[in-house]
Design a protein around this ligand. Structure first.
Ligand code: C2O
Ligand code: CU
Length: 519
């Protein structure tokens, strides 16, 4: 069976020299500004560029290999590549089609999407469509491996519980999900943090007619922005404190990093602290935090008042019912904020800078826009964006409680849910499709809680109304230390085995994940 041998091995690894977690004392350095970022920061030894000197890159949109009456087919090869991230250095990554971020997929809600992934990497992979409403066998359960073609079978004998394939694998995404900013990333058992760090992440945008009819900013004025932090060695290589750099046998990170790995270089779409040239128009900026552990607080600095705040139009699962103004956005790993930034009142040459108020020094900077040209703008941000049916908690059939905290497991300590490490075999919950349930999450430290299969609605935080930033369809809710949130979730359409977990990837890899089985 899976889970156990693996898990014991992992917990053993995580325990190595883990005095800081074993002693039961909490190091204050875990809690960075505001108590919303956990982790230890790596220090780059490569020469780092000054912020705002590089041009923003926008990942290319992948063309289908073929289309028929109902379906668009895509092919992605996961491969090693050498790319330039820091000026003057070559950096080896693992990329979808050899790029970081991977190519952007754009699906129409009305058409089925099939993506064939080929694994040319030296290790098994798992592809998860984060936020996707998809059947279990395409969701990327952590032991549903896609092995490299040449992988020795002995290495996965203990993972027989997964649906293992070799060489290539089709991920089948049905029609029907409303317009949303989704993303795909690696979800391999025990090694998600290391794999995503190497570059296995990309956008998957869903479009539909209802959204198109709104006339939101589009084309070159609709920009997905993937936030990640990384650190670089003197030769330009990515640094990650994994115990086993080959990522084949021993999971886990060195003891100092078990609370989360932070980099000292902020990348937007794989570019360090970029600048993007814009016109005097409204732009749709789709923020995604694809970082392993870093939480950002986005704040805008601008001379023009209209460009001093974000107008949020969507969250994880799609459009909000109504736009709302946010002067700052806290965005945790896994979360998306779909926003409008209005440059119409800016003057030529104006600089609009996005800061990270949870960072310090260079990690306090994200990116910059420069107003490079004048243009007309016929886009529109209507007062009503979408018709969102609110879940009525009075109709919930049960409440389940999931407590996320560090804890003992025998003589060891790990990141646990309800005191238990991940178990691929034994579901922690068995919700019935179509039932409304209330899930209550509680925490010891910062944990962004992510649920697969269906988005949920946040009902309360700490027994008070949710925050404005909790609005809409969420699949990841960021909880600070000692917070409690209640969410209403209704799973639909697909029976099978899914996971929920902390999206701080080092916590996820260190057992803070649970299986649930829909029926
Ligand atoms: Cu973004 Cu289970 O993952
Ligand atoms: Cu966590």
């Amino acid at each position: 069976m899976t889970g156990r041998p693996n898990r014991r091995k992992f917990l053993g690894a995580a325990l190595t020299g883990a005095g800081i977690v074993g002693a039961g004392t909490l190091s204050v350095s875990w809690l960075v500004t505001g108590g919303t970022t956990l982790g230890s920061e790596l220090t780059s030894t490569a020469r780092l560029p000054e912020p705002f000197g590089q041009a923003l890159a926008i990942p290319g949109v992948l063309a289908p290999t073929r289309s028929d009456a109902t379906t668009d087919y895509y092919a992605i090869t996961q491969q090693v590549a050498d790319v330039q991230i820091l000026p003057g250095y070559s950096t080896r990554i693992w990329g979808y089609n050899g790029t970081f971020p991977g190519p952007t997929l754009q699906s129409s809600s009305a058409r089925r999407t099939v993506v064939t992934h080929r694994n040319h990497l030296p290790v098994p992979v798992v592809v998860h469509l984060h936020g996707g409403h998809v059947p279990y066998d395409s969701d990327g359960f952590p032991t549903d491996y896609l092995l490299p073609a040449q992988w020795a079978s002995a290495h996965t004998s203990h993972d027989a519980a997964g649906q293992v394939m070799r060489g290539q694998r089709d991920y089948d995404y049905p029609v029907g999900q409303p317009a949303a900013t989704l993303w795909y990333h690696d979800h391999r058992m025990d090694f998600t943090g290391a794999s995503v760090w190497k570059g296995l992440a990309g956008f998957h945008l869903i479009n539909d007619d209802a959204e198109r009819a709104l006339n939101l900013p589009s084309g070159a004025r609709d920009i997905p922005l993937m936030l990640t932090d990384r650190a670089f060695a003197a030769d330009g290589a990515l640094i990650y404190p994994g115990i086993d750099p080959s990522m084949t046998s021993t999971p886990g990170v060195t003891a100092e990093f078990t609370q989360g790995v932070l980099g000292d270089v902020i990348l937007v779409n794989g570019v360090p602290w970029p600048t993007h040239r814009v016109t005097t128009a409204r732009y749709r900026l789709r923020w995604l935090n694809a970082s392993n552990a870093r939480v950002y607080r986005l704040r805008i600095e601008s001379k023009a008042a209209a460009a001093e705040y974000f107008t949020q139009i969507g969250s994880d699962g799609g459009l909000l019912a109504h736009p709302q103004v946010l002067t700052a956005i806290d965005i945790a790993p896994g979360e998306r904020f779909d926003t409008i930034l209005d440059f119409t009142e800016c003057a030529l040459g104006d600089l609009v800078t996005i800061h990270n108020d949870l960072g310090t020094g260079r990690t306090g900077e994200i990116m910059r826009f420069i107003i490079a040209d004048r243009s007309a703008d016929t886009s529109h941000v209507p007062d009503t964006l979408a018709d969102i049916e609110l879940h009525d908690p009075k109709t919930a059939v049960r409440t389940r409680h999931f407590d996320f905290r560090r804890g003992d497991m025998g003589d060891m300590r790990g990141w646990l849910i309800n005191g238990l490490p991940f178990d691929a075999q034994r579901p922690a919950a068995d919700p019935r499709l179509g039932d409304l349930e209330i899930w209550r999450f509680s925490t010891d430290f910062n944990h962004p809680v992510h649920v697969h299969l269906n988005q949920f609605q946040v009902l309360s935080r700490n027994r008070r109304p949710p925050r404005p930033s909790d609005a809409g369809w969420k699949d990841t809710v960021n909880l600070a230390a000692r917070e409690v949130a209640e969410v209403a979730v209704k799973f639909t359409d697909y029976p099978g085995r899914f996971v929920m977990h902390c999206h701080t990837l080092e916590h996820e890899d260190m057992a803070m994940m649970a299986t649930f089985a829909t029926r």
